[in-house]
Each structure stands twice: as structure tokens, then as C-alpha cells.
Design a protein around this ligand. Structure first.
Ligand code: ADP
Length: 536
């Protein structure tokens, strides 16, 4: 017997056509470098993405060729997300926050030959172009200035297409996009996504039990479009026809808040450092911003419970997801589960501060020194994942086998416990672990607790060598403007939350904590800086 269902390939071009057919009038708003607003819609998005695809083919781009982007979040980047894919090529989003040498390495490793670049990022491109094999430079003029000689204006490029064009043959397992890990764990490694992986990721992401996005939402992605597929938002947006609000290069909370209010944003997503900055402004300007419909999705690093509570005080719900470039990126989402039964207010916030349950189609296990660990909320081990949008290898990197187990699961390098309800709580990344006098100390738990102090804006905890205890935690703290607390005060604040030996005895008060290219605390820089810590 055979199933009678039609055999239909899962391809992202379906989302593109659906957006053009069903939602042509829905707006796509982009903030330009001069802060003016550029307004487009899904009808234009559909037409122009297809023109881009046709123009790329006419320009000799073949199936599987890499087309790089070096752009902020705006309409043209959104068009590239679909136009490049629709041409049969592979979209390679370059991380504009990396050092030029590093971007050059990545663009060369991926063998990018065409790039679509914002005119305001041309000076950055000039710093790494010589390292690459890029032949064709297509420039999006955000400033309205003419593009330099030797480059093609994006609008002129689109004009080379006729619009009378069909998609090339596609298979659902064809490569469509690639992202490189941000290199915090060594040389960046390339992850290549397929139509199928991203279609399935999108469907599960949008579920009410996933991130929960619906067509009536208005989404402002603060997460850059070069960071792990912008967490899947562009695909979800096209599938659902959500109004989009792209912030362009203006990511400061002072810029985001008025835009969120005036455009009626209901969903925004970004790393905790963005929201740590925003909550200070909301607290300062209490009642000023009308954001009662706003929900925030946060991920990329651990989310302090105090931050979730802080936004809740302003009526703003915060939901966290956990994942990585290798997992497309969504693997778990924080939810209070029905299996938990009635929960108190405190239990609810504690649950939301955990990384959450594995979403459908993602299998997850924790592996300790003695094998697979029970889900009892106590036993910890490295998280390993398996699923249709989890990478099974790295692009042209056979030696990366250590990232995968013999039975084909991805080793994430994150250490966690899982509760009996299947809720994951990350305690650390393997390389951030602190082992003091034979006991593990969770840097994540300490950071989150310290950030719960009302005078603290940000905190990062690292291991520093100690002559007696092997390692001890060092807390690096940024205070809120006009607030004060000293090390003794913070130790006292932690005293009822941690065992005595887990509380840091080394403290540093600084003006800012260095950030990675995706806005996370850069612990490698802190470890370097405080490597020779002198104990009294
Ligand atoms: P990089 O590995 O360079 O930081 P990614 O953006 O792929 O680049 O980061 C993935 C890592 O970010 C995860 O392995 C995990 O350590 C961390 N991470 C992501 N989301 C969360 C979260 N909600 N809580 C704690 N850590 C997180």
C-alpha cells in the first residue's frame, strides 16, 4: 500500500509567492541611515525578490554559488533573503561586526563571488575585499548617493531583469543559505541550511507553543540578519505576512523605543544586552512609552530573571529561546508547561528564566562523564541535539568531527540540567566552567543573580586561576548610572542565594563589558585581561 498524498517539495519560494499573493498591501518599513522611514510592502517584496533572482541568473550566478550580503536590517536585505534563494544560489550573510580580517577569511572560505552591500558599509568591505574572490559588487544606496565606479547599483541591477521568469528546478535538500559561527570557540565554521530545514524550522517556530508568531503581529528584528538567519524571522514573516519594521543601523534603545511605539510593534527579538539597555530607559521614563502589546523574544545568552521581571513590571512579556548557528537557531523555548500544574508567581518567573523545553522535531539529551544523565533537574551534562534543522557537519571542515558524536548528534558545548518536565536549564558553556576546590560553580547562575541587584546594570563572571582552589570566580560588574554598591554589598546580596564557597571573592567594577560581534559578553577578552589576577 502507498500513501495517497501528493509529493510536494518543501521550498521557501512557496513563502515568497504566498506573501505576494495574500499580503501584497502589508507594509515593510525600514529605517534609513538618516533615520527617515522607507516604506514598502509584500507586493513589492515579492516582485523585487524575483527580479533579484532573475538578475543574478542573468549575471551568471549558478545553482549553489554563494552570494554574500554585508547589510544592516532593511528591505533590501529581506529581498536578498528570498531573491538569492529563488535564483538557486546560496545566501551568505556576512557579520559586519567582526574584524575585517575575519570577515575576509569567512568570505574566502565560503568562496563568495558576488556581494550585495550597503553603501555605508563600503569602507568596511574595502578593508577585506583583497582577501576574497569577490568579482561582482552590488551596492544598495541607502544614502541616495551614486555608487562608486566598478560597482553596480542595486536598483540598476534589478532593472536588468524582465519579470517574465520562472524559478529554476529546486530540491528541498538544496543548500539555500549559510552562516558562520561567530568564532568565539576558534576559527569560524560554516553551517549550510536547506529549504527543508528552514521550512520546518519556520513552521515550528511560529506555533503558539514555539515562539508564537501570527499574521497580525508587527515584528521588529533587532537581531541582525547576519546572526543565525535572524533567528528565522524573515522566513516566518514572509510565511505569515506580518508587518515588518526593520531598524537599519539604529539599534540604540533610544532609537528603538519611538519606532516600536509609532509602528505598533508587537514582537521584537534580540540578545539580552539590548534589553539590559532598554530596561534602564523604561525604568527611567516610567509610563512614557505605550508598548502594551509588545512581547520580546530573547536568546543568544542566558537571560537574567531580573530582566524578565523588569519587563513584566512594564507589562511586557519576555520569552527566551536557546539555540545556536548550528541549530538554525531555535532548539528550545521557555514556557510554563501544563505538566507543571499550578505554579506560583515565583515559579513562573524561575521557569521563564530557564532555556525551556525542546521544540517539536528536536531531540535533546544531556551527557555527563558517565553517559546519559537523568532528567531530574539536578544531574548536569553537555547538551546534545538531533533534528532536521540541526547541522550534521560543517562546510568543508572534515576535521570538525569532535563536534559530533559517533551516533550523529551535535555536541553543543553547553552544560545543562533538565527537569522532569523536560525544561532545560543551562549552567554554563563547557569553556566557561569554573571548578573551584573540586566543585563546579555556575557562572550563569552567578551572573543572573548579580544582575538581580537593583544597582547593577550588567555582570559577567569568569574563572581565574587560584593557588589553593585551582579556580575561583571573578565577577566583572557595571553599575547603573548614579547607583552604587561595593563588593561587600554584593557578596551580602548573594549570601542567601549561594553556598559560601560559590560566592566570588574577586570583584572588578568597570564602565563596560566587552561584547562579541553578536552582542554577547566577550568572556575570552575578560579572561585575557584578568589572567594574572593577584590574590592577596
Ligand atoms: P557563538 O557560539 O559564537 O556565541 P551562536 O550565536 O551560535 O554563536 O551562540 C550559540 C551559543 O549561545 C549557545 O551554544 C549558548 O552557549 C548560547 N546561548 C544561546 N541562547 C542561549 C540562552 N537562551 N541561554 C543561555 N545561553 C544561550
Amino acid at each position: 500500500m502507498q500513501a495517497t498524498m501528493m509529493k510536494v517539495k518543501l521550498t521557501l519560494t512557496h513563502f515568497l509567492d504566498r506573501a505576494g499573493k495574500l499580503f501584497p498591501g502589508v507594509e515593510i518599513v525600514s529605517r534609513m541611515p538618516d533615520k527617515s522611514l522607507h516604506r514598502s510592502n509584500y507586493g513589492e517584496f515579492h516582485r523585487r525578490s524575483r527580479l533579484l533572482a532573475e538578475a543574478l541568473q542573468k549575471a551568471g550566478v549558478r545553482k549553489g554559488d554563494r552570494v554574500a550580503t554585508l547589510m544592516w536590517n532593511h528591505y533590501a536585505h529581506f529581498e536578498a533573503y528570498f531573491g538569492v534563494i529563488a535564483s538557486g544560489a546560496v545566501l551568505h550573510t556576512l557579520n559586519l561586526r567582526l574584524a575585517p580580517e575575519e570577515i575576509g577569511y569567512i568570505a574566502d572560505h565560503a568562496e563568495d563571488r558576488v556581494i550585495i552591500v550597503d553603501d555605508i558599509l563600503l569602507p568596511l568591505f574595502a578593508q577585506f575585499r583583497a582577501q576574497t574572490r569577490i568579482e561582482r559588487v552590488i551596492v544598495v544606496s541607502l544614502t541616495g548617493k551614486p555608487v562608486p565606479e566598478g560597482c553596480t547599483d542595486y536598483e540598476d541591477f534589478l532593472a536588468t531583469a524582465s519579470g517574465d521568469w520562472d524559478y529554476p528546478e529546486m530540491e528541498e535538500d538544496d543548500p539555500i543559505a549559510m552562516c558562520y559561527t561567530s568564532g568565539t570557540t576558534g576559527r569560524p565554521k560554516g553551517v549550510v541550511y536547506s529549504h527543508r530545514s528552514q521550512v520546518l524550522h519556520t513552521l515550528v517556530q511560529c506555533m503558539p507553543d514555539g515562539v508564537g508568531i501570527a499574521s497580525h503581529d508587527v515584528i521588529l528584528p533587532v537581531v541582525p540578519m547576519f546572526h543565525a538567519n535572524a533567528w528565522g524571522i524573515p522566513y516566518a514573516a514572509a510565511m505569515l505576512g506580518t508587518k515588518m519594521v526593520f531598524p537599519g543601523p539604529h539599534l540604540h534603545p533610544d532609537d528603538l523605543l519611538p519606532l516600536m511605539e509609532s509602528e505598533g510593534v508587537t514582537v521584537s527579538c534580540g540578545v539580552p544586552t539590548i534589553w539590559l539597555g532598554m530596561i534602564q530607559i523604561l525604568d527611567r521614563d516610567a509610563g512614557k512609552w505605550k508598548l502594551d502589546k509588545l512581547r520580546l523574544t530573547v536568546g543568544g545568552s542566558a537571560v537574567p530573571e531580573a530582566l524578565i521581571r523588569g519587563f513584566a513590571r512594564h507589562g511586557i512579556e519576555m520569552m527566551q529561546g536557546w539555540g545556536m548557528t548550528e541549530t538554525s537557531p531555535l532548539a528550545t523555548v521557555s514556557r510554563v508547561m501544563h505538566t507543571q500544574g499550578e505554579v506560583s508567581e515565583d515559579e513562573r518567573f524561575a521557569t521563564l528564566a530557564m532555556q525551556g523545553y525542546p521544540i517539536p522535531l528536536v531531540d535533546l539529551r544531556i551527557i555527563g562523564d558517565d553517559g546519559e544523565q537523568p532528567w531530574d533537574g539536578k544531574a548536569v551534562g553537555e547538551i546534545q541535539v538531533h533534528g532536521p534543522w540541526i547541522t550534521g557537519s560543517y562546510h568543508e571542515l572534515p576535521q570538525s568531527d569532535a563536534s559530533f558524536t559517533a551516533d550523529g548528534w551535535l555536541r553543543t558545548g553547553d552544560v545543562a540540567a533538565v527537569s522532569k518536565h523536560g525544561i532545560v536549564k543551562i549552567t554554563d558553556r563547557t569553556k566557561d566552567l569554573i571548578k573551584s576546590g573540586g566543585e563546579w560553580i555556575s557562572s550563569v547562575d552567578l551572573e543572573n543573580a548579580i544582575m538581580g541587584h537593583p544597582a547593577v546594570a550588567e555582570a559577567a563572571v569568569i574563572a581565574v586561576a587560584h593557588p589553593k582552589w585551582a579556580e575561583r570566580p571573578l565577577a566583572v560588574v557595571v553599575l547603573k548610572a548614579g547607583q552604587s554598591v561595593d563588593a561587600a554589598g554584593l557578596r551580602d546580596f548573594l549570601s542567601d542565594k549561594f553556598a559560601k564557597w560559590a560566592i566570588p571573592d574577586a570583584w572588578q567594577f568597570v564602565d563596560a563589558i566587552p561584547r562579541t560581534s553578536t552582542g554577547k559578553f566577550l568572556k575570552t577578552a575578560l579572561r585575557e585581561k584578568y589572567r594574572d589576577w593577584k590574590w592577596d
